[in-house]
Design a protein around this ligand. Structure first.
Ligand code: COA
Length: 193
């Protein structure tokens, strides 16, 4: 299967119908889920099989393979590292896309989120005629904001904590919305940001 994106150390490619166990294991770690809806709760195996994976697979059809949520593998070991997504929000223009990432705890701190995220932003502006990439997280999720900043995204606005995140630690501190447009991306490429 063709890669969606290749970076120096990662290959991003489509999930397949056989990949439920990868997602179940990823979402079973409370540390991974800490700043996500449920505030640390695992996604059940049934939910992954019946809802999450079918939704991911349907995205490949919906966006003709241009956008979606993609599995990341380390090139050296072949290990599943986690996932990244680049996709328009429902009802939003196709050229405004959301960046997201969720990595296995064993893979944190290796620069993978920055590398994969940058790979998707590059692809968006280079191949997909994207006008704006945005990403949102909780104020308490410092690691995620660091990734956004390292990619060259900047804080656009502070946002309220969504209702399904109210049980997360630090929910009272609200959230943040980061973004990068084509000009910002060009500048980040030049400065290596
Ligand atoms: C957020 C996440 C993707 C970061 O992945 P990662 O591969 O460890 O990130 P990187 O290695 O690219 O690190 C990026 C920067 O964040 C910093 N960082 C990583 N974890 C950190 C933490 N817990 N606190 C503060 N800084 C942190 C790194 O040091 C690095 O900055 P530096 O280069 O200046 O040192 C990962 O922690 C994760 O999957 N978390 C759970 C899911 C999640 O919260 N996703 C985001 C939802 S919006």
């Amino acid at each position: 299967m063709d890669a969606y994106v290749e970076t120096e150390r990662l290959t991003l490619r489509r999930f397949t119908p056989d990949d439920a166990d990868l997602l179940i294991e990823l979402d079973s770690d409370p540390a991974v889920m800490r700043y996500l809806p449920g505030g640390g709760e695992a996604t059940t195996a049934e939910e992954v099989r019946e809802l999450v994976l079918p939704y991911i697979l349907s995205g490949y059809e919906k966006w003709d393979g241009n956008f979606g949520l993609f599995a990341a593998y380390a090139k050296d070991s072949g290990d599943f590292v986690g996932w990244f997504h680049l996709r328009p929000e429902q009802g939003a223009p196709q050229d405004e896309v959301e960046l997201g990432y969720r990595l296995r705890q064993a893979e944190w701190g290796k620069g993978y989120a920055t590398e994969g995220g940058r790979g998707l932003v590059d692809k968006g502006f280079t191949d997909l005629d994207v006008r704006l990439v945005w990403a949102a997280t909780m104020t308490a999720n410092v690691a995620s904001q660091k990734v956004m900043e390292k990619i060259g995204m900047t804080l656009a606005e502070k946002i309220p904590t969504p209702p399904d995140m109210q049980m997360c630690k630090g929910a009272e501190r609200g959230g943040v919305l980061y973004q990068i447009d084509r000009e910002g991306w060009k500048a980040a490429v030049v400065t290596g940001g």
